[in-house]
Ligand binder design. Sequence first.
Ligand SMILES: *[C@@H]1O[C@H](CO)[C@@H](O)[C@H](O)[C@H]1NC(C)=O
Ligand SMILES: *[C@@H]1O[C@H](CO)[C@@H](O)[C@H](O)[C@H]1NC(C)=O
Length: 171
Amino acid sequence: MFFKSVVSFAVLLAAQIAAAQSCSRTYTVQEGDTCDSISAANNASTYQVAVVNYGNVDPQCDNLTPGESICLGFAGEDCQTTYVVQLGDTCDDISSAYGVNTTILYMNNPQINEDCSNIYVGEVLCTACTVEVPPAPGGSPVPSVVQPPPTAVPANPSGDGGDDDDLPWCD
Ligand SMILES: *[C@@H]1O[C@H](CO)[C@@H](O)[C@H](O)[C@H]1NC(C)=O
Ligand SMILES: *[C@@H]1O[C@H](CO)[C@@H](O)[C@H](O)[C@H]1NC(C)=O
C-alpha cells in the first residue's frame, strides 16, 4: 500500500507541475492574524497558503505584518474545500467524513506524515476529492515550505495506525 501510494503520488505530481502561477485571491493581513486563522476564514489550506507565499511568509508563519497583502491561492490550483483540524481527529476520520481517500488527502496536504501523527488543532486541510493544490516551489522539501507553529497542539499524536483500505472513494 505504501509503495503504491508513492508511485501514484509521483505520477499525479508530475502531471500538475506545468501550471501557471498567478494569484487568484488575496487577503490583507490584520492585527492578530495567523496563517491558520486566515486559512480557516478563507477556505485556503495551511499548505496552500505556505506554498503560494513561499519566500515571503516564513515556514512557521512568524513574520506576517498587518497591512501586507498575501496570496490565498494560485489560479487553477486553488483548493477551496477545506477542513479545520479539531482535537482528536485522525486522517481516517477526516477521510471518512469527506469521502476522500487517504492518497488524495496526503497529496493535497503533503505536510502530513506517514502515520498522520503530526496534524494539529487549527491546521487547515484541503479535503477536495482531486488534487488541487500547487506543488512545493522548485521541488523544495515540504518542511522548508511549511511547519507547524511553535504553539501547535497535536490533534492525535499517536497517529491512526494505518489500515486505510476500507475508506470510501470520492464521489
Ligand atoms: C468556506 O466554505 C464554506 C463551506 O463550503 C462556505 O459556507 C463559506 O462561505 C466559505 N467561506 C469563504 C470565505 O469562502
Ligand atoms: C485513491 O484514489 C486514487 C484515484 O482514484 C487511487 O489511485 C488510489 O489508489 C486511491 N487510494 C486509496 C488508498 O484507496
